[in-house]
Design a protein. Sequence first.
Length: 440
Amino acid sequence: MSAPNKSNNKKLFIKTYGCQMNVYDSERMAESLGGQGYETTQTPEDADMILLNTCHIREKAAEKIYSELGRLKGLKAEKPDLKIGVAGCVAQAEGAEIMKRQPMVDLVVGPQSYHRLPAMEEAVTKGEKALDTDFPEDDKFETLKSRPKAKRGPTAFLTVQEGCDKFCAFCVVPYTRGAEVSRPSERIIREAQELVEAGVREITLLGQNVNAYHGHDGGLAGLIWDLDKVDGLERIRFTTSHPNDMDDALIEAHGTCDKLMPYLHLPVQSGSDKILKAMNRKHTRDEYIKLIERIRGARPDLLLSGDFIVGFPGETEADFEDTMDLVRTVGYGQAYSFKYSTRPGTPAAERAQVDEDVKLDRLHRLQALLGEQQRDIQDSMIGRKVKVLFEKHGREAGQMIGKSEYLHAVFAEVSDVSIGDIRDVLIVKSERNSLGGEIC
């Protein structure tokens, strides 16, 4: 009897940081290395290869990755054949510097080159270092194999657009992800069909500036209407969008496409025209407010989410109060808010900075207001009937958890519900970050 083929029993551990697009990228990296005999594991101690899929948005992102690599030194010492790689936006920004600072790192790959991972892994196996932070001409999505037909959960991310041409003064995305590129719609439809065949019922379309998608003659709205025709796909979402790219067709789709969920993440960042100009956002507060009015005119029950940065260079107390006023005017069911932190290479990093204590005070005040709005909207759901896509079992026996049309987490006691089912649920209570309901 022949000895087992060790190459078919290798374990891959991927730690994913940051945005939903990185989650999608990690899935595709795991799939691409599957052909090299790798299966994913949930523990780094079991791994033959560890990949850190990094994000450069958060504060001190690079230093956090170096700290994580430092923690892996002991594991590398115990397992000299362990391969360690750094992928994603920090890899793109830092490049060879990662290997210089942490020589134990075997490969560094940027977000546009991860389809080359199999060849890089082979080079590492031969004792070479592998570095690829190019913006290659070949289409990584077309190079990657079709999605495997293995059973999946009921929700999935699907990247349709990458990169950004907006060059907001605080953002590294144009430098780490490159210029805006859209995938052809027929390839997206094909991948969506593969996901549905594997058990997916809800797809979230991803892009750094997803509503600038131009891989379809009808833009993102045209793509959504094509996805609407996919049998078995019940729900469509998209993120993240820029206000300047919310066109009439996309607004209309929110009011007329049943599969497009009544949830929209539309970052504004600031309510001050002075700060919006300094950020190079290319829209005003009034333009944003009027846009929200139009969208809500098409879909009155839409739940709005946003992003806010406080303490941007030059922000005064009056500018901050303009942001607070915009939040009160618009009303958000969910939002993400951050203190401004410098990103090397971006225009704002070279400007005079707001005092950290002032930033923190403003952040706390803004988060208190946003938290109040979130609670009010959640409380208003009590007594309403929503459709919940159940995704997993809860902590309690007989309990399951899913998401409503509005992306609220909903838990309910169930008896005849399976993962992937969509059921009517009457909301009976509101907790801090979730809703409780009863199956109708």
